[in-house]
Every structure is written in C-alpha cells, then in structure tokens.
Design a protein around this ligand. Structure first.
Ligand code: QUE
Length: 333
C-alpha cells in the first residue's frame, strides 16, 4: 500500500525544528503501522535532541493532513480473527497520542486539509493546532461502527455544552474556523501564510503562531451552540432524539437523519464512552479506549461499516440491532 519508494513518514531536523511529514497522500495520509512506528521513533529522537526546540507536523499532498487510521487493514485483521494484530495497531497508535501529550515542547500541527480520527489524535494532544480555510476536522467513527478514540474520549467531553456529544455522535465536519470556535483547533492561519509561518518555526520561534493567527469571529458553531446544547447535552440517546424532535427545525431533522444512518450500537457505546471519559485523565481514557477496541472490532457492525464506507463504498451498511453498550465495556472499565 505504499505510495512510492519514499518513506511514509519523513522526519527531519530543520534548524531548531523537528519536522514530520505524513507522506501517504493517495490514502489521504491515513496512519498505517509503519507510520505509527516511525512517529514513535521520531518522537524519541526529538526528545533526545536538545537542538529540537519545537516540532512541526504536516500532511503531504495538499489535500489532507491525515484522514484517520488504516481501518481497512484493521478490518482484515478482525475478519481473520487476528485479535493480537488489532490490539498491536491500536496500542501503537494510542502510545503515540500519549507521547505527544507528554512531549513537553511545542508540538505544532499545520492542518491544511482533511483531519479525521487518527489525524485528530496526532494533533489535538499537542500545544498548537493551526488550521487553514482548507481544514476539515471530524470524528466520523460512528459511521464505521467504531467510536471516537485516539484520546478523544478525554477531549470531547471537555468541549463546551453539547459540542462533544454532537461531534462524536453525528461525525459533524468542522471547517478550520469552526474548529477554532469549537475548541478543537487553537489558531487560524490562512493557507497563503503557511510558508512564512513555517520559516519562522524553523528558527525555533513558536510564538510566531500567535503573530500569524487571524481572529476567528463567532460563526456557524456559535450560531448553532444553543440548539446543540438543547439537543445534545443529554445522557441518553432517547433524550437526544426527543430533544431533536421537539426542536422542529431543518437542522434538527438533519441531525436525526444522520443519527439514523449510524450504527445503533456504536452510538450507544460512544455516548457511554464520553460519559466515562469526562471523569478520567488522558491515560485512563486511552486505556479505556484500548479495552473497548477489543470488543467493538469483534462486533459485526465494525467490519460492515468499513465495508460500506471504505471498501465497497455503497454507503449502505446493514447494521445489527443495538447491543447493550454495557456488554461491550470490559468489566471494571
Ligand atoms: C469514518 C472513519 C474513517 C473514515 C471514514 C469514516 C477512518 C479512516 C478513513 C480513511 C479515509 C481515507 C483513506 C483511508 C482511511 O475514513 O477512520 O485510508 O484513504 O481512516 O466515515 O472512522
């Protein structure tokens, strides 16, 4: 699945910066096992190198930062009954997420394109998430019967009001400025300014991000917040659906239609995961997510969801009836 003979992660030191380029553009830089191992190694090298004052993470190809993880491969492993292979993939990815959170120096992601799932995981735990007008951020896992992972069970419940539940359940896609409004991104910088920002970062000047950032006035997310809070800040799916029905707007009807397309089991697991995540630290959330991957990737909805969205691309998944989410959370979790 490699695009070219080039490495799928290009790690360099450029001046005072460690630079990381996710380089699998034909797969929208989705993280595969090789990229995850290379990220892990690069983080170790950068930590050991005092000349690296900050890290800059980017995606190659101009279309994507990182579209997620290599879920097609995880599906193959799950269908082959290779539980150890599935576990190794997620354990490696989540270890990178934790290492980024604990990196201790500025970790600056330049998000100029699609950033979903695993792409959120390699950026959101860092200090600076810079987005452009081309950025598109989402946690779309309920569409493939997974759940918001890569440490987002820690991040999403800490967003304001009903935002975390809304993003996690519907997979809503946020443009760059909207991601800043929601709190997933930290700075908005126009794409045209990225070369100059990059040059300043190579000189070790992390504060350049603040100088290049443009103000983000209240926009679509601010306008939707009252409705998002009224409809999504509830503890159960029946309460969320009832609130959407009571809302009676086109937006609310659209949210109900989106929820109706997602895996029912995945929606129930996701809501419970965020509820539990609100009370744990990042390490606890990552451990909970890893335990959950064992049961969720074995549930038939996962293989079916990846089939419908990414393999056959018919977007017509045949979901199983909703399972009790408690049966998917490992005991003690
Ligand atoms: C939900 C997801 C993912 C997704 C689409 C969803 C996901 C993921 C990808 C993806 C996209 C393009 C690629 C690729 C993977 O899409 O996790 O390899 O080239 O990785 O609706 O969770």
């Amino acid at each position: 699945m490699s695009d070219t003979a080039e490495p799928t992660l290009i790690a360099r030191r450029e001046g005072a910066a460690g630079t990381l380029l996710m380089n699998r553009p034909r797969a929208l830089n989705a993280l595969d096992t090789g990229m995850i191992a290379a990220l892990d190694a690069a983080i170790r090298d950068f930590r050991a190198d005092p000349a690296v004052r900050l890290v800059v993470l980017e995606g190659a190809g101009g279309r994507a930062f990182c579209a997620g993880g290599d879920v097609r491969r995880i599906r193959d492993l799950a269908l082959a009954g290779d539980a150890a292979g599935v576990e190794a993939f997620f354990a490696g990815e989540y270890a990178v997420n934790a290492a980024i959170a604990g990196f201790g120096r500025p970790w600056i992601s330049l998000i100029d394109g699609v950033c979903m799932g695993g792409g959120i995981g390699v950026s959101v735990h860092g200090s600076h998430r810079v987005v452009t007008e081309q950025a598109l951020l989402a946690m779309p896992e309920t569409a493939i019967a997974l759940f918001p992972d890569v440490g987002t069970s820690f991040v999403l419940p800490r967003l304001a009001g009903g935002l975390g539940n809304w993003l996690a359940l519907t997979g809503a896609r946020l443009k760059g400025a909207e991601a800043v409004e929601a709190g997933l991104a930290t700075h908005f910088v126009p794409r045209a300014d990225l070369p100059a920002l990059r040059a300043a970062l190579m000189a070790g000047d992390a504060a350049a991000v603040d100088r290049f950032a443009r103000p983000v006035p209240p926009g679509a997310v601010a306008a939707l917040r009252p409705a998002i809070d009224r409809c999504f800040a509830h503890a159960t799916l029946p309460a969320i659906r009832a609130a959407l029905e009571a809302e009676g707007t086109d937006w609310a009807r659209e949210q109900l239609a989106i929820l109706a397309r997602m895996s029912p089991t995945s929606l129930a697991v996701t809501l419970e995961l965020l509820r539990r995540g609100a009370g744990r630290d990042l390490a606890g959330c990552l451990a909970m997510e890893l335990a959950l991957t064992r049961t969720v990737t074995r549930h038939p909805d996962f293989a079916e969801g990846v089939r419908a969205v990414l393999v056959d691309k018919d977007n017509r998944p045949a979901w199983a009836p909703q399972a009790d989410p408690a049966t998917l959370f490992p005991p003690g979790g």
